[in-house]
Structures are given as C-alpha cells and as structure tokens.
Design a binder for this molecule. Sequence first.
Ligand code: SF4
Ligand code: SF4
Length: 305
Amino acid sequence: MNPIRQIAFGYSTKCNIRCGHCVASDDSIPHGKMTLEKAMAIIEQMVRCNVTGISFTAGEPLIFFEDMIRLVKLCHEKEIYSRVVTNCFWAKTSEHADETVSALTRSGLSQFRLSFSRWHQEHIRRENVVNAANSCQKHGLDYFISFVTDFSRQDDSLEQFLRDNHLKFFPEPVIYLGRAQGFDPRRILTDYHPNTCNMNPYLSPELDMFACCDGGDQFKETDFFLLGNLRDYGIDELFKRKENKVLFHLIRTMGLTSIASYLGLKANEIVQYRKCELCEKLFNSTENLNTLEKAATSDLLNWKR
Ligand code: SF4
Ligand code: SF4
C-alpha cells in the first residue's frame, strides 16, 4: 500500500507583511522564490510519486496571484487536493474578496486556510478575514480560519470576534521558533498526553525538503529534519527518507512525551513544554540526538507498556 503523501509547498518565502511571531518568513531564512516552470515540473514529479495533497504556504502565496492560479489549475488537472494559506491582504472589500475567491474556485482550489492572530492583525484589518470567509461561503469554497494564539487573555476579544461573525476557526498554538523565539512562553500545564505529530513535509524555494513543515528549517544545531535537496535526489527518495527513518516513525506513533521520558526528562518538566518546544529540546541537541539515534532501533523502540 502506498503511504499517504502530502506536502507543504514553499513556492516563495516572500511576504507582504511582517508578523512578530512568524516562523516561515523570519529574518534568518533567505526570502527566495522558485520559478513557475520549476514549480510546475516539481508538481508533475509529485503526481508520479503519489502525492495527493499540496498546501501552498511559507510566505504569502497570493502576492504571486497569477502563478498560484496556474499551480492550482495544475493540481486540479492532476487530481491533487490543493490548499492555499493566506493572510487575506487581498480581501479589503467584499468585491475584492469575490474577485480572488471566484478566480481560485474556477481554477479548482480545494480549500483556503485563512490566517488570523493578534500579530497578523497588526497589519491586516480583521474585516478582511470576514470578507474572505464570507466570499468562500458564497462561492462554495471550503475554508477555515487558523487562529494562532498563545492562549492569553489578550486574545479573548479576537476569538469573540470570530464567534460573533459565525466563522469556522481552529485555535492553533503559536510556535516559539523563528521570530517568536524571543517571546517569553507562557507556561501552560497540560495533561500528560502523548504529543504525537503528523509531520507534514515541507519543500523550500531553494528545493530543500524537510520532514516537518513547522520546525523544519529551524533546528539549526542538528538539521534533524533536513531530508536533502531536490537537485541531488528525487522526490520519491526524499519521501522514503521521511517514511523510513525510525525516529520520525516514533514521533508519529509513540509521541514526544514517551521519547522525553525515555531520555530522562522528569514528568513534571515534560508537562510544561508545548509540543514543538519539547521536540526542539529532544532533537535540536547533538547530545540528545546521538543518544536517541543509537536507541531508536532497540531500547527506545521497545519503550512501551
Ligand atoms: S503572513 Fe504568514 S508568512 Fe507572512 S509574516 Fe505573517 S506569519 Fe509570516
Ligand atoms: S512537534 Fe516537531 S515534528 Fe511536530 S510540528 Fe513541531 S517541530 Fe515539527
């Protein structure tokens, strides 16, 4: 059976705003863009490697609107599920929103993911997100709002705004990497849950492929998630590296909490970490990674009830 293959496609890391919490387009990342021809050729290769879903993300994809129309059309022709992640800069009025949404719907876009947070909304009016969501409903385009939050009381009014406008939204924890690395993470004690992670891979404009789309290029001490560059390896080979690496398999199935416990972290310390923070603690340290790599196919693999 073929594994399910989906990917976050970083056509470009350029963005038209500068959110204070951004992981994807922060200053340590080169703000590159692949050519349209290259992107189309890669999607054709992905079809042959059984990729079934592509999420266009990284910077703001719709600053390259005509290119996105071409790429979404290609996905539609090849029966690939397509999603565009956007900050809604283009939805200043309901008429502007309709223009963009109808063009993408006609091109075969499967879903819009609309970003919303107190950091995005320093640059984009919150009404833009309402215009975009309403336009999706009008045109029958699936959408949801990704409400990035640190769960502080400051975000209550933003959440209430989404509820008052009857919008479909899902809270998503801010990731304390990239520009948010300097934030003081609020300690939230969670239950002792497993912290498994789906690990969607990410392709950068420079053609580096990473096993994770959120922390992918951020674990700089170990480059734990780097799978290789498409100039040197085929897409199938890079997907196989992700699928066959035992530690990635353990993150997906066993979860980070058990891995941390195996490594010796105390239970009352583990419950103070958010998922990606715990992941960084475990895998962005050469010492920890060496220990876990050695144990991955023996003791750690058998570390179960
Ligand atoms: S819109 Fe997205 S890519 Fe652009 S700065 Fe904000 S978080 Fe980063
Ligand atoms: S927990 Fe690790 S693998 Fe999962 S999204 Fe966070 S950094 Fe990536």
